[in-house]
Design a protein around this ligand. Structure first.
Ligand code: HEM
Length: 553
């Protein structure tokens, strides 16, 4: 009897060690693997050794012991000096698990938490058991730009039930290049030209709507989203969502995207849990609703021949051959990606621009002066070719993208198992390690942006011999540090934002129109500081209200 017990205990410990090694080496993700390793294996060990006198309680107790051993071994190893990342500093809890970052994300505070970790532990920190975060501009190229590292498991949330990845989750560079081909055509000179009429017409609609609301406090942040979604709906799916017309999120498109992003970005830190979450009934209800809206839009768009060579025209391949009668999954996916990736990101940048320009009226006036100089005859200020050359306009946009990039988070890449590791900005990163450059922290690093890295000061982007600081002090060029290579709101490299040109065209044109046409000031009783306090990093940025009064010039 005693011998049987010892035998069972030995078997349980052996099974736990095997389980621990399998998790450590292969990090299995499938639900079946979790079930076999965590439930069936310990039960099998007990049943095999004590088949005649086994009770349910015994099985439960042994399963719990199995779990405690696996978790205990994992924790000890992650904290031990034998772990390949043992030399890197970081909070104890992050060395053990990424649950703490998943929690911070679910609260929208990830940008602050990672920044705080860097402030406390340095430029290269351990933010997960197998993950390093860099806050150095010389890490940007090796991590993102140099075509060395593929995306990490953070992007597993971009995998569709079919097993295929959305374009923004694809790991393999070759597949990525194929999937980006049509996008790049759409973002070429001719492709962008095809978007200009729709953009000009949506900007006009935005200005008309704001004009009608001069007597009331306007939530300009929400209006930027209505505008962004309507524009991208037309561009990518051939349908105006009608948000500006209704002054509301009519199809709940925006709400669905925000809800989905909050959950996805939290789970992205613990991707092994995804197969379990996806089995929960209704777990993907919102995603299905979102997909159905897009599928319906794309279906009606393919029935009409293209009036303009817009984004849909290129993404559907209409530029190369006639369109099929009904949209395929690929086309619907691209449409969803464009709306999800392109609407709210640009809207966030525009909302931040309104916020900072209202807070700094002297910058608002300086920008208005530049617009009047470039468009002396008044009238419509829509000329994307001129916008590109306007120094102060572009300085304001750069400065806002620096302080609050619409995607603040570090984009995860992975040093693959079997590569032997690599050097990144003078640090050895062992194989099987996830790495990222934390955009929000890098953008405010005094070594890259000096002085006043936390202050909105567009002049730092201008080329001058002397600079007047917001404090009134005058300093020479030599005392200014503005590292262009450290500004990475669109990421860099072979998988960077493929919609950058369209986004920049949209932001420049919309800002010019708003500043030319309207005066803006904070609405009475609105606490401006609440804007920054309410920002949430959910991969994209979730924003609270920004109540503004607009008045036509
Ligand atoms: C201010 C606006 C925007 C910002 C800040 C932004 C930022 C980003 C970032 C940081 C990435 C991740 C790149 C990586 O993993 O390295 C990305 C990817 C992407 N963005 Fe944007 N984006 C913006 C607007 C747009 C627009 C307007 C579109 C489309 C019309 C778009 C389409 C995409 C696509 C398709 C990807 C995936 C690219 C790939 O994986 O190859 N984005 N964007």
């Amino acid at each position: 009897m005693e011998r049987t017990k010892i035998g069972t205990q030995t078997s349980t410990v052996t099974a736990s060690l095997v389980t621990y090694f399998i998790y450590k080496r292969w990090e299995p993700q499938r639900l079946l693997a979790h079930a076999v390793l965590l439930v069936l294996l310990p039960a099998f060990v007990v049943l095999r050794d004590e088949s005649s006198m086994i009770s349910l309680k015994d099985v439960c107790v042994r399963t719990m012991i199995h779990w405690v051993i696996v978790v205990g071994m994992t924790t000890l190893y992650r904290l031990s000096r034998f772990h390949p990342l043992a030399e890197y500093p970081g909070p104890l809890v992050c060395k053990i698990t990424k649950f703490s970052l998943a929690y911070a994300t679910s609260r929208g505070r990830l940008h602050e938490v990672v920044r705080q970790i860097h402030a406390q532990y340095g430029d290269v920190v351990r933010i997960g058991p197998n993950e390093l975060s860099f806050c150095r501009s010389d890490a940007v190229q090796p991590v993102l730009g140099a075509r060395l590292l593929q995306r990490g498991p953070y992007f597993d949330t971009r995998r569709l039930p079919s097993g295929r990845y959305m374009i923004d989750g694809v790991r393999d560079f070759a597949e990525s290049a194929v999937r980006r081909k049509q996008w790049l055509k759409a973002m070429s000179g001719e492709g962008l030209k095809g978007c200009e009429d729709a953009l000009a017409s949506k900007i006009r609609e935005l200005c008309e709507n704001l004009k009608r609301r001069q007597e009331e406090a306007v939530d300009i942040s929400a209006w930027m989203s209505y505008f962004g979604f309507d524009f991208m709906g037309v561009m990518a799916l051939g349908r105006d969502f009608g948000m500006m017309k209704a002054g509301a999120d009519v199809d709940e498109f925006w709400r669905l995207i925000e809800k989905g992003s909050t959950m996805n970005s939290a789970l992205a830190h613990i991707p092994w849990i995804l197969p379990i979450i996806y089995k929960i009934p209704d777990g993907g209800k919102d995603v299905v609703k979102l997909r159905n809206i897009c599928a319906e839009c794309a279906a009606s768009r393919v029935k009409q021949p293209a009036k303009t060579k817009d984004l849909f025209y290129y993404l559907s391949g209409e530029n190369e051959s006639p369109m099929a009668d009904s949209p395929d999954d690929h086309l619907i996916e691209n449409g969803i990606t464009a709306v999800v990736a392109g609407s709210d990101t640009a809207a966030t940048a525009l909302a931040h621009l309104c916020y900072f320009l209202v807070k700094h009226p002297e910058c608002y006036q300086k920008l208005r002066k530049e617009i009047n100089e470039y468009f002396p005859s008044g009238g419509e200020v829509f000329d994307p070719r001129l916008h590109v050359d306007m120094p102060y306009l572009n300085a304001c946009i750069n400065e806002v993208m620096r302080l609050y990039a619409p995607v603040m988070t570090g984009l995860q890449r992975r040093v693959e198992y079997g590569t032997g590791g690599m050097m990144i900005s003078g640090y050895f990163v062992p194989e099987d390690t996830q790495v990222s450059v934390h955009t929000h922290t890098l953008h405010r690093h005094p070594q890259e942006f000096f002085p006043l890295p936390d202050v909105f000061w567009p002049d730092r982007w201008l080329d001058q011999d002397v600079y007047t600081l917001p404090t009134g002090d005058i300093i020479p060029k030599e005392q200014i540090k503005t590292t262009g290579a450290a500004l990475i709101p669109f990421s860099v490299g072979p998988q960077s934002c493929v919609g950058k040109s369209l986004a920049m065209m949209e932001i420049r044109a919309t800002l010019c129109a708003l500043v030319q046409k309207f005066e803006m000031r904070a609405a009475e009783g609105f606490r401006m500081e609440s804007w920054e306090e309410n920002l949430e990093d959910i991969f994209v940025t979730k924003r609270g209200p920004l109540l503004i009064r607009v008045k036509e010039h």
